[in-house]
Write a protein that binds this ligand. Structure first.
Ligand code: F0G
Length: 460
């Protein structure tokens, strides 16, 4: 018989997690004001709030940490990281930062002025935040197909080149500091961008004299999808594909907490020496001296090792097949999610799972609370609470999609955990006729409200 698939690693160290009772969870979620961010991690059995910084480092990464050089200037660890970035990604210049948003801060402090336009594919929240904070505009040019959750296409994270070209025609190059290409496209469901699309976007950037920035948090997962889905790439190694992807980019920002499999760290890398030099000031002011930025030596060592491991096919296959496995269990139970399964997460289509909760009572959040009550699983709402209020009218904004993201940490959980997640979702789905009430806001901040929002059960 054909042998089944199995993980390409074995487990050397474990961390205990605890199942709780429904009564305990009812009490805890009430105390947390029905905001999953307010739960203590010990109150959670399976934590899918993010795949960022939550992965398990390898024996080799831990070994590399012991060899970290903590010198303030010119540390060996800096040169180890520099070599990995040059070798694996092809960039000559970089600045270490404490995480991805810090890389955005350093870069955008260097590049953006008020009134600028930054087109891209579904900019991530912090990217958009850093752009808007500088009174510039993040213009979304993602393909329309990305918002149809049931449509199954291989590269649902792509930029629509026509939409992008219109923007590039409409504004002068001086107003467009860069195009932001996010691989994979987190906001659209961890959906990949094809090599063809990267090439097309890069060609448009060249044509209009604009730089291409690749937001690279999940670049290796993107390369896996290119290898397995795009014609002409099946026989190339992940590392070859990664080199080609970045050959089209001028700049990259990296949240290393994802595809470099570390708990903390990031960087911004440049092809142009002059831009790197200009950015140094913002790194020194906000992060630290240019040879450590926001990182300690040991973390730079672990990052360099993680970049190498994270771009190996066997690791990526294990990782992405686990996400797909969860998707296949949900298919079995008829639970709708953004198709096909993404690289790092499943985005459950909450409107289809809980059809009887009114949108004014936050459908995806309601699903999140129900899933927590069911099995102690924590995910994150990507719906009306995250969409926040209209800045002018202060009315709640109701996005077309109410999604609930289940992000899978790297190398942390087994498929038994995936089975529990799917079964818990099925139980909630089976009770959908009884779940008719959602939540009302009792307290919120004027921006980024989802982190600290307080809710109570809606009464009718
Ligand atoms: N870009 C993308 C595409 C991201 O997904 C993230 C973070 C960042 C940039 C910022 O990086 O967190 O290191 O500062 N995403 C996490 C998530 C938080 O849960 O999706 P960071």
């Amino acid at each position: 018989m054909e042998l089944p698939f199995a993980e390409s690693y074995k487990i050397k160290m474990v961390e205990t997690i605890r199942r709780s009772t429904r009564e305990e969870r009812q009490q805890w979620i009430k105390e947390a004001k029905y905001n999953l961010f307010n739960l203590k991690s010990d109150q959670v059995f399976i934590d899918l709030i993010t795949d960022s910084g939550t992965g398990a480092m390898s024996d080799k990464q831990w070994a590399a940490m012991m060899l970290g050089d903590e010198s303030y200037a010119g540390a060996r660890s800096y040169y180890t990281m520099k070599e990995a970035i040059k070798e694996i990604l092809g960039f000559d210049y970089f600045l270490p930062t404490h995480q991805g948003r810090a890389a955005e801060n350093v870069l955008f402090s260097t590049l953006i002025k008020e009134g600028d336009i930054l087109p891209g594919n579904s900019h991530f929240d912090t990217t958009k935040g850093h752009i808007e904070f500088r009174k510039a505009v993040a213009l979304d040019c993602t393909i329309d197909e990305a918002s149809d959750t049931q449509l199954e296409i291989p590269f649902k994270g792509n930029v629509d080149p026509e939409k992008l070209e219109k923007v590039l025609q409409q504004y002068p190059a001086e107003k467009i500091p860069c195009v932001v290409l996010t691989v994979t496209n987190n906001t659209a469901g961890g959906q990949p961008v094809s090599m063809q699309n990267i090439r097309d976007v890069s060609a448009l950037c060249r044509k209009y004299g604009v730089r291409l920035l690749v937001d690279s948090a999940r670049f290796a997962e993107n390369a896996y999808f290119i290898k397995t889905r795009e014609a002409g790439y099946a026989d190339k190694t992940i590392k070859e594909i990664v080199r080609e992807m970045f050959s089209y980019a001028d700049i990259m920002t990296m949240s290393s907490k994802k595809d470099a499999i570390v708990n903390m760290g990031g960087f911004v890398a440049f092809k142009e020496e002059a831009l790197w030099q200009k950015a140094q000031m913002f790194c020194i002011m906000n992060e630290g001296f240019i040879t450590y930025g926001g990182m300690s030596g040991r973390d730079m060592n672990a990052l360099a090792q993680g970049l190498d491991e994270g771009t190996e096919f066997d690791y990526l296959e294990t990782r992405i097949r686990q996400v797909a496995y969860l998707g296949s269990k949900l298919d079995e139970y008829g639970i709708a999610y953004q198709r096909p399964a993404g690289g790092h997460a499943i985005f459950v289509d909450a409107k289809k799972v809980l059809p009887n909760v009114p949108k004014e009572e936050f459908i995806a959040q309601t699903l999140g609370v129900e899933l927590y009550l069911e099995a102690g699983i924590r995910g994150v709402e990507v719906g009306a609470i995250l969409a926040d209020r209209d800045p002018v009218t202060r009315e709640n904004r109701y996005p077309a999609l109410e999604l609930f993201r289940l992000a899978i940490p790297r190398r942390a959980y087994t498929n038994n955990h995936m089975d529990v997640i799917a079964a818990a979702l099925k139980n909630v789905y089976d009770r959908r006729d009884e779940i008719t009430r959602g939540y009302r806001i009792t307290k919120e901040l004027p921006i980024m409200r989802h982190f600290t929002i307080e809710l109570k059960k809606a009464e009718r």
